[in-house]
Design a protein around this ligand. Structure first.
Ligand SMILES: [Zn+2]
Ligand SMILES: [Zn+2]
Ligand SMILES: [Zn+2]
Length: 440
């Protein structure tokens, strides 16, 4: 048995998030996506924590589920089945949060985002009480604290050794452990003697496992992937696939800590991650958004890291940064790895196959019909056969999904905060499809 987990999301109490980021909508969208375990996000926020405590009830040890009274009717055309048909129980929640540490170390300003996983509400409360002395937890679901990342790890681990501390989106330029602008060159440099407690990092949307494999320093670090979503329909855009039955917090954490080194006999094992094509992420290449300058690592080197339009230093993206720190060539990898699949969200694939924008009524309608037909998005993207897709939704969509599965897509890389742009079909193909559609 397998189950899919997205550990990193933000509630409606975080800045720039959808008002729909509440438990009822998350529960509904997790079903639509095919997610089995979801991080609560934002457990440091008093109002969100209150909501979590009143609306969730205990499930397996250290995991939670939505109380029945809080389940909303899945009306407006969704016919969602419970995940129980593949043996998985209804959605489980795991207590997670993210904090932004902004501080100075070795004469440089550092900005590092850390995820904290907690085994119980008691641990969360102790942790929050401690942090309340350091910063204002009410200000944001992902609060900013003027504290060294190492100190934060120390506080969390002193409260409970079951806590897991995970550097978030480890490569983004401005807010991460390896970030080009305000990060470090190694986990050791950031966490000193606490580095031995850092066994997991989140690769983030702009990097994929293959890029991380180029650093032998990460060979014993488990690479995970999460959506970091700010709205319900984007949860699961990156995720983690575990093997085994959902048994509790402890088993999931153990699987994360051991990663590719986990013995077959372990209750749960992380077996695969679901990734964006890293080029689609907002910080894959280098550049300046306002100057419309986008460079690959070689071009950046040629220009000595300076923008040819405004003359200021370029925002150095993930690809260049990995290049700087890597000790393996592109394509090389460690002995033990966890494999991954690169996917594109179904709404984007539909937008392309139907030659319509992602947020349009047409795409929305088709999306809903497909979910109602096949059960959930992950099933469609990962499992449903080509023949079945072709039979039910026509050759364009079947072909589009096939190309995504095979990685045969064309992407203009993202840079300096601008998402990359995906093309599955070329112009000629799109014209041919719309001609066929208008004939029908
Ligand atoms: Zn973050
Ligand atoms: Zn986040
Ligand atoms: Zn510029």
């Amino acid at each position: 048995m397998k189950f899919i987990v997205d550990f990193h999301i933000h509630s409606k109490y975080s800045r720039a998030t959808s008002r729909d980021m509440d438990l009822e909508n998350l529960d509904k969208w997790a079903k639509i996506k095919g997610i089995n375990v979801l991080g609560t996000g934002d457990f440091t926020h008093p109002l969100w924590l209150k909501e979590l405590k009143t609306k969730l009830e205990p499930a397996e040890p250290g995991l939670f589920k939505l109380r029945r009274v809080n389940k909303i009717k899945l009306n407006n055309g969704w016919h969602l089945t419970n995940n129980s048909e593949n043996g998985a129980p209804e959605l489980r929640y795991i207590l997670t949060s993210e904090l932004s540490c902004i501080y100075s170390k070795k004469n440089k300003t550092r900005k590092v985002h850390l995820m904290i996983f907690a085994p119980s509400f008691e641990v969360v409360e102790k942790f929050n009480a401690h942090l309340g002395w350091i910063g204002n937890l009410k200000a944001d679901g992902r609060p900013i604290l003027g504290i060294d990342a190492k100190e934060l790890a120390k506080i969390a681990l002193n409260i409970s050794p079951e806590v897991l501390v995970v550097p978030a989106h480890a490569w983004t330029p401005h807010f991460s452990v390896f970030g080009s602008a305000s990060g470090f060159d190694s986990i050791r440099e950031c966490f000193d003697d606490y580095a031995r407690y850092i066994s997991v990092i989140e690769t983030g949307l702009s990097s994929d496992p293959a890029m991380n494999w180029r650093l032998s320093a990460l060979d014993n670090i488990t690479l995970i992937s999460n959506s970091d979503s700010h709205s319900p329909h984007r949860i699961g855009r990156e995720a983690n696939i575990f093997e085994g039955k959902i048994q509790g917090y402890k088993q999931i954490i153990e699987a994360l800590r051991l990663g590719a080194r986990a013995p077959q006999s372990l209750a749960n094992r992380l077996v695969e991650t679901i990734e964006f094509f890293p080029e689609e992420g907002k910080y894959h290449y280098d550049g300046h958004r306002n100057c419309k300058v986008v460079f690959d690592p070689q071009e950046t080197k040629k220009h000595k890291g300076k923008c040819p339009v405004c003359g200021r230093p370029l925002t150095i993206g993930v690809m260049s940064r990995v290049d700087q720190l890597a000790d393996r060539k592109s394509g090389e990898k460690p002995v033990k790895i966890i494999s991954y699949k690169s996917l594109i969200p179904l709404e984007e694939i539909l937008g392309e196959a139907m030659n319509l924008g992602v947020g349009t009524k047409g795409v929305e309608k088709e999306y809903k019909e497909l979910i109602n037909k096949f059960g959930n998005e992950f099933k469609i993207l990962l499992e449903v056969s080509y023949q079945e897709l072709e039979h039910n939704c026509g050759p364009e969509l079947a072909e589009a999904i096939k190309r995504v599965r095979e990685g045969k897509v064309d992407i203009e890389p993202g840079y300096d905060g601008e998402y990359g742009r995906i093309k599955i079909f070329d112009e000629g193909e799109i014209k041919r499809f719309s001609k066929q559609a208008s004939l029908l």
